[in-house]
Design a protein around this ligand. Structure first.
Ligand code: ANZ
Length: 812
């Protein structure tokens, strides 16, 4: 018998698929389209890791099943090759990023091919190819034209190790998302994309997406839309007034003091002479600390100083002291608050520490401990007493609005997306700076602005990109006046490249526009997008914004890029630890392939270990187990091919029943991404085939052929190589991956055993199991003989009622 040898048959079929372009996606084909996409991988020097294997296997199984189910499937692959990861690798190795990127992408492509992914390789590109980034630059100009890109000097997050600014989304708990080091604030002139213009749509459109709720919540929190009011407080003995943003205008009668952020411009003018020295000292101390330190310290202990000034509460005319404290942030809301210590925890701590009055204005529905921040009935609030807080909120704002002392206000936490980087390895921002005309957009016909090849590409750390040193490249002429000008030397954040790549796959070779509208309209949006949860508020937010910009510009008609998003769970080391090179517990996909298990076993084990969205430890035993399973599939098929046995109709019935049960279960499970249970159903089906073979040998040739064809087809999305070989061995033409997915027939699934309830005088006394074609006499006899029933029948049976297939009732 032919041996199962993945090392031989896997490369063989990979070559056939490549030669025949088996997985080519056909533009405008009449079949329904299906676009399956894995997150844009960055081609690291370490190569594909086992986490990628799980991510890619999920996408690939669904893509392959959909193909067999009659869809025109697009599953492309490309490389997110610009940006910090690739550049840092180049710096570490001292080899130019152009060179390392080429090596790494060659390696990644090879590794993907060895996994047997059903990818249309004719659509591959790298984001660092100039015929790709030309269009990333084109998008920059589109945003600029639409007033969505601007330059501004302001304090920004700066990473000392990566020597560049970072967007807010790329700072996690005060640390750089790439290197994990603490970031600082630096005053720099930077380019921004106006994502805040899209805040409302980014929140509202989340409702219609088939995304994990956790990711939607993270985006909602990040955007941080909060509805409230702006309330104007007059400053006593002063011309000025100060606005406070509050989400609880219903608590206005409980505002016993105000707090201004230390950077608030009014501090300087309102502070009285007596308090000047103390306030100045506090402000300078506060501004020295970064925002994260301030928040952390303020959470532990409140600090602050009195300015000597008073504000007038607009609803009751009370004079309340104005303080400054660093728990109030500059840049959020109005950078000033009305403090309500009875109902806000932070204000409560502050008031307690500094002995400021605490007045309850919202009565909790039930007695509560500590500072109550919920809803309730208003008290101590003059004409509003007795109102529900929600109702009072509207009434107070309406009254403030009428007397021009306040208005409704919506606030967002999200800030504009800082996109310039003082780094070499990115798409140059297509702008020149002219002494006469200022910042001038490079005309679109002049794109791409190619990234020059530099010998010294290390970041300088002086706040300038290494491109500033390439004087030949930097010095140019102004497109407006023709006079001398300097090129912008900052490059774009790598996340700009990944904000539209999913649409380029629809038309990857287009040289005259980013993509043809009709091609994108045919393929997009992405039907299933698979990747890790770590991009929740970075890539997934940016890509949504660009999609909306494209919609507004009339380039596309849809408003969201990814209809369904699926986050795969993490694959951990066998000991449950996170896999990392430094721990020495990493698992290399190619090692597993080379150990003789092959890609098919690897693909199966990463899906079999747990539901796709759960983290799970790696298991060598599991790997050996799925390999044994594939071997059993192999053996029974090969044995069948060489068998010769007479016909047996009982075997036939069992084979069809088992096959149709498997079709139903596996189809359902793949549709619901329950890959692990689909695999166990395939294992069970194989066991059933072994049992039938033991009982009847290979009798019932046609039914066996059907059962093994079915097994091969159902297994094909998971183990594409072995099934391709078996399909040919089973005498089939055209390749299993071009075959049509089987559809189950319910007729074969009817239960072969009937369960019949047995009653005595209408009371349930037992249940019997009989063959589905048993006669009434047999059934009644069985029922009478049931041990629990028999004891009630000792006085004799007056009447027997039989409801066919359901009930036998004895009347005694
Ligand atoms: C009075 C009040 C009473 C408040 C109460 C809350 C509860 P979100 O939901 O995050 O928007 N606030 C406003 N601006 C601030 C700033 N720059 N720094 C720190 N805190 C600020 O929260 C809005 C609430 O946070 C506002 O409503 C304000 O406190 C505070 F029982 O006003 B509130």
């Amino acid at each position: 018998m032919k041996r199962y040898n993945p090392a031989e048959l896997e490369p063989k079929w990979q070559k056939v698929w490549a030669d025949e372009q088996t997985y080519k996606a056909v533009d405008f084909d009449a079949r329904p389209k299906y676009y399956a996409l894995s997150f844009f991988p960055y081609p690291s020097g370490a190569g594909l890791h086992i986490g990628h294997t799980r991510n890619f296997a999920i996408t690939d199984v669904t893509a392959r099943a959909k193909r067999m189910q009659g869809y025109n499937v697009l599953q492309p692959m490309g490389w997110d090759s610009f940006g910090l990861p690739g550049e840092n690798y180049a710096i570490k190795t001292g080899v130019a990023p152009q060179v390392t990127t080429k090596q790494n992408t060659d390696n990644f492509r090879e590794q993907c091919k060895r996994l047997g992914l059903a990818i249309d390789w004719s659509r591959e590109f790298s984001s660092s190819d100039s015929d790709y980034y030309k269009w990333t630059q084109w998008f920059f100009l589109l945003l600029l034209e639409r007033g969505l890109a601007y330059q501004q000097e302001s304090p920004q997050w700066w990473c000392e190790t990566d020597k560049t600014v970072l967007a807010n989304e790329q700072v996690e708990a005060g640390r750089c998302w790439r290197c994990g080091n603490l970031v600082i604030k630096k005053n720099l002139k930077q380019w921004f994309f106006k994502i805040t213009d899209y805040a409302d749509r980014l929140v509202d459109d989340l409702d219609d997406l088939d995304w994990p709720e956790g990711i939607k919540l993270m985006q909602r929190n990040w955007i941080g839309k909060s509805k409230g009011a702006k309330v104007e407080f007059r400053i006593l003995d002063n011309e000025d007034s100060v606005n406070a943003f509050t989400t609880r205008p219903d608590t206005l009668f409980g505002a016993t003091f105000m707090v201004l952020a230390p950077e608030h411009p009014l501090i300087v003018t309102i502070t009285t002479a007596e308090h000047k020295a103390e306030v100045e000292a506090y402000v300078s101390e506060a501004t020295r600390k970064n925002e994260i330190e301030r928040q952390e310290e303020a959470a532990k202990e409140k600090t602050g100083v009195f300015t000597g000034a008073y504000a007038v509460n607009p609803v009751n005319g009370e004079n309340i002291p104005i303080w400054t404290a660093d728990y109030v942030l500059m840049g959020y809301g109005t950078s000033a608050i009305m403090a309500v210590p009875a109902h806000d925890q932070r204000d409560n701590e502050f008031a307690t520490k500094f002995g400021l009055p605490i007045i309850e204005v919202v009565q909790p529905p039930a007695p509560s401990e500590g500072c109550y921040s919920g809803e309730g009935l208003l008290v101590n609030s003059a004409g509003y007493n007795g109102m529900q807080s929600a109702e009072a909120r509207e009434k107070i704002v309406a009254d403030l609005q009428a007397s021009k002392k306040g208005s409704e206000q919506v606030n967002y936490k999200i800030r504009d997306w800082l996109i310039s980087r003082q780094r070499y390895w990115g798409a140059p921002i297509p702008v020149v700076h002219c002494t006469v005309d200022g910042a001038v957009a490079v005309p679109k016909e002049q794109l791409p602005i190619e990234l020059p090849v530099l010998e010294k590409f290390q970041p300088s750390g002086d706040g300038q990109s290494p491109l500033a040193l390439a004087t030949d490249w930097v010095n140019t002429t102004c497109p407006t006046c023709g006079g001398p000008a300097r090129r912008e030397t900052d490059t774009m954040d790598g996340f700009a490249c990944s904000s539209w790549y999913f649409l380029r796959f629809a038309d990857p070779k287009n040289g005259t526009e980013p993509f043809a509208k009709d091609k994108v309209e045919y393929w997009a949006p992405v039907d299933m997008y698979v990747g890790g949860a770590e991009h929740a508020v970075m890539h997934l937010l940016y890509a949504r914004m660009w999609t909306k910009v494209m919609q507004d510009a009339g380039m596309i008609s849809f408003n969201e890029p990814f209809k369904a998003l699926k986050n795969q769970g993490m694959l951990l080391a066998a000991d449950g630890q996170k896999i990392s090179k430094s721990k020495g517990n990493d698992i290399k996909p190619e090692e597993i392939i080379e150990q003789g298990y092959g890609a098919d076993s690897l693909r199966m084990i990463v899906l079999f270990l747990a539901p796709f969205d759960m983290s799970t430890p790696w298991s060598n035993e599991g790997l050996a187990g799925v390999f044994r399973f594939l071997q059993r599939v192999w053996t029974i098929s090969q044995n069948f091919i060489t068998s010769e046995t007479p016909h047996n109709s009982e075997a036939e019935g069992e084979l069809y029943a088992a096959a149709h049960r498997a079709i139903k279960k596996v189809s359902h499970d793949i549709e619901h991404m329950a890959y692990n249970t689909a695999i166990s159903a395939l294992m069970q089906f194989t066991n059933e085939l072994y049992t039938i073979e033991k009982k009847y040998s290979f009798a019932a040739h046609e039914a066996w052929q059907f059962a093994l064809d079915t097994l091969t087809q159902l297994l094909a999305p998971f183990a594409p190589h072995i099934t391709e070989e078996l399909w040919a061995d089973l005498g089939k033409k055209g390749g299993v991956h071009n075959s049509i997915w089987p559809i189950h027939d319910e007729a074969y699934l009817v239960e072969h055993v009937l369960k019949i309830a047995v009653q005595v005088n209408g009371k349930l006394r037992g249940e019997i199991e009989v063959a589905h074609d048993a006669t009434q006499e047999v059934i009644v006899a069985e029922a009478q003989g049931h041990e629990n029933v028999a004891q009630y029948l000792s006085d004799g049976i007056k009447k027997t009622i039989y409801v066919p297939g359901k009930i036998v009732n004895f009347v005694v």
